[in-house]
Design a protein. Structure first.
Length: 244
């Protein structure tokens, strides 16, 4: 009898329509996925540029990238989020005011993508640098011997061949991005953790809602892992065909 009443109460709390909070949790999950996708894409773009800069850039570029990756990987993500979200935004607004412009208000999604993207970029730089170094040197030397320009060499040789080496590391970065969105709750952004906290605080059903949030994060991780596994199999199939 008690178990049935508890189950009914849980289903009522997690219902999609009010007074249930299911729709609120799914909305928070959607925001988390949106920010994670944007941050992952931004980090990937930074990582490609950073990897090539570390390998083939000038000494100054290599030193600047080394400082960037070292600081970001050494400082906890939460501290970086607070610095980038509050301190950098305040610096930009102070600069705008000094030049006679009005303060700007950065949207939560844009700020979240920017902050996590910078963090992702440092790790992606090292993942992609290692993947580029894993590409067989003979392939690159053969392309250069044929007079292939650097951009064409990167697009047709280096990037396709490095993909299978990079995917496991990038998959881990994606999972980190989905979990790091929870840190944005400290700045009040309505992602899954913040929405869960609000629901739990309102209803006092902390166990129910935080367990539900954990299940949603777990499902997201499982689906993501399956997709990256398929992508890695596709990339390695191309390599096996080439090797044969």
């Amino acid at each position: 009898m008690f178990a049935g009443a508890l189950a009914a109460s849980t289903l009522e709390l997690l219902a999609l329509s009010p007074p249930g909070w299911g729709a609120t949790l799914l909305s928070g999950l959607a925001n988390s996925v949106l920010i994670a996708l944007g941050a992952f894409a931004l980090g990937l773009a930074i990582g490609v540029g950073g990897a090539y800069g570390k390998l083939y850039g000038s000494p100054l570029v290599k030193d600047l990238l080394a400082i960037y990756t070292t600081i970001v990987r050494a400082v906890p993500e939460l501290v970086l989020i607070l610095i980038l979200y509050f301190a950098v935004t305040d610096m930009v607004n102070q600069a705008l005011i000094s030049f006679g412009y009005a303060r700007i208000q950065i949207s939560g999604i844009a700020a979240g993508i920017g902050v996590l993207g910078v963090v992702q970029g440092a790790y992606a730089t090292e993942v992609l640098r290692g993947a580029i170094l894993a590409v067989p040197a003979g392939q690159i030397e053969a392309a250069r011997a044929m007079g292939m320009p650097a951009t064409l060499l990167a697009r047709r040789i280096t990037l396709p061949l490095m993909l299978s080496f990079a995917i496991p590391g990038l998959a881990n970065l994606w999972l980190v991005a989905t979990k790091d969105t929870a840190l944005l709750a400290v700045v009040g952004f309505a992602e899954l953790t913040q929405q869960t906290r609000q629901a739990a605080s309102t209803t006092k059903a902390f166990f129910t809602f935080f367990m539900a949030a954990g299940v949603l994060y777990l499902l997201l991780s499982i689906v993501s892992t399956l997709l990256f596994n398929r992508l890695e199999q596709w990339a390695r199939k191309g390599q096996r065909s080439m090797g044969g």
